[in-house]
Design a protein around this ligand. Structure first.
Ligand code: PLP
Length: 415
């Protein structure tokens, strides 16, 4: 069975400049080109070390190259890579069992990204309504400033016009209401609504937690109008807020939940979780994807979920988040005129820039890079932190030191 192993060719030398010559320019990456990483520490091509508070945008929650995750991938790579959905496989069955065992859901659909998970959720809602109500129930209610992915359906559900401009005509039947506004939601609801989609904590839109009352009101409105409540937990799920899924913290149960990002800790995978009575609306052949339930992805995700769902792990996330929030509050006080607010939940944190610093969030992350610290933004006025959930107390303190150095650099008069 074994072909004779050929030595791998020497890898070609590449640099950041190649990006501009070779890639479709939808990103503007940093000049830093990471080469290798362990835990929270990332090394660039020159061997310079950075402390990562981004988790690759909420993905590597267990840190880079977590031993149990590496082990799961390597073990599966020796067993079976892919069979296609004409066959099921052991890892997908184990992962489905883990996710349904840990949540409200008893059915799972697997795909490759957050956008695909939301695409499946929205398609399920439309189809379920079509089967139950004919064509009288097509409308979807979403929130302004929300983010649900980049397929045409999900980008239209997302409430950020800058992401849909030039891609028209957009799929019809999707309306937007202001986030956390109960009266606006009441006004927008009707019997023609098949689904409401919401992020329990808005991520890209500025790190804004929903209020308890808001999610409760959405639940009540969906029940009243026989609409499905979809929670997009692609960013806020899997321990990020301190509970396995954010809905558990709120005590409001959705009909459909989407999860991705941290699910594979860097190996692409997404999932839509729902109940049996709804799942049957997607019968054989009505939806699917080649890689959905891929054994490699599912073996990795099962290792991730097993670690994150442990009560002791989630308790530690809460403690770490408290220490970080306390340090950030202190930073706020020590640098007046920089940030006005630390907001978010658990390890999903937004630092809101003072009016005097409007539009400078990206600049702040560039200054942080000079201090060997990696940060994110959420819009032009919010610096976003999504630290790996495995961050140690020593790493939290080091991050706070580097944030202070960044603040001094950022506020220093330009010479
Ligand atoms: C990142 C994100 C998505 C999209 O996920 P992709 O894997 O990039 O398709 C959807 N919803 C939320 C809340 C996200 O943060």
């Amino acid at each position: 069975m074994n072909a004779k192993l050929q030595p791998a060719p020497e890898p070609q030398a590449v640099s950041r400049a190649d990006f501009d010559d070779l890639l479709v320019p939808v990103y503007a990456p940093s000049q830093v080109v990471p080469r290798r990483a362990r835990g929270l520490w990332l090394q660039d091509q020159q061997g310079v070390e950075y402390l990562d508070l981004t988790s690759g945008i909420g993905v590597t929650s267990l840190g880079h190259a977590h031993p149990a995750v590496v082990q799961a991938l390597q073990a599966q790579a020796e067993q079976l890579w892919h069979v296609g959905n004409g066959y099921t496989n052991e890892p997908v069955l184990r992962l489905a069992s883990l996710l349904t065992g840990a949540t409200f859901a008893d059915r799972a659909f697997f795909c490759n990204s957050g956008a695909e998970a939301n695409e499946a959720a929205l398609k399920l809602a439309r189809r379920h309504a079509a089967l139950k109500h004919g064509d009288a129930k097509r409308r979807i209610v979403a929130c302004q400033q929300s983010f649900h992915g980049r397929t045409l359906f999900t980008v239209t559900a997302g409430g950020q016009p800058k992401y849909t401009e030039g891609f028209e005509p957009l799929p019809p039947g999707i309306g937007h209401v202001p986030f956390n506004d109960i009266a606006a939601a009441e006004q927008a609801m009707g019997d023609d609504v098949c689904a409401v989609i919401v992020e329990p904590v808005q991520g890209e839109g500025g790190v804004l937690p929903a209020s308890h009352e808001y999610l409760q009101a959405l639940r009540r409105l969906c029940d009243r109008h026989d609409a499905l409540l979809i929670f997009d937990e692609v960013q806020c799920g899997l321990g990020r807020t301190g509970s396995l899924y954010a809905y558990m913290h709120y005590g409001v149960e959705p009909d459909i939940l989407t999860t991705a990002k941290a699910l594979g800790n860097g190996y692409p995978i997404g999932a839509m979780l729902t109940r049996h009575d709804l799942a049957t609306s997607l019968s054989v052949g009505t939806h699917g994807t080649t890689y959905g339930g891929n054994p490699l992805a599912c073996a990795v995700a099962a290792a991730v979920v097993q670690i994150i769902q442990a009560p002791a792990f989630l308790t530690r996330v809460g403690q770490a988040a408290e220490r970080l929030h306390a340090g950030l509050q202190q930073l706020l006080g020590d640098f007046p005129g920089l940030f006005t607010q630390v907001r978010g939940r658990g390890m999903m944190i937004g630092l809101v820039l003072d009016a005097a610093q409007q539009g400078r969030a990206k600049e702040f992350t560039r200054a942080a890079e000079q201090e060997r610290l990696m940060l994110l933004i959420a819009g032009p006025n919010v610096v976003r932190l999504l630290p790996p959930l495995v961050i140690s107390d020593a790493e939290i303190d080091e991050a706070l030191l580097r944030l202070r150095a960044t603040a001094r650099r950022f506020l220093a008069p330009q010479s």
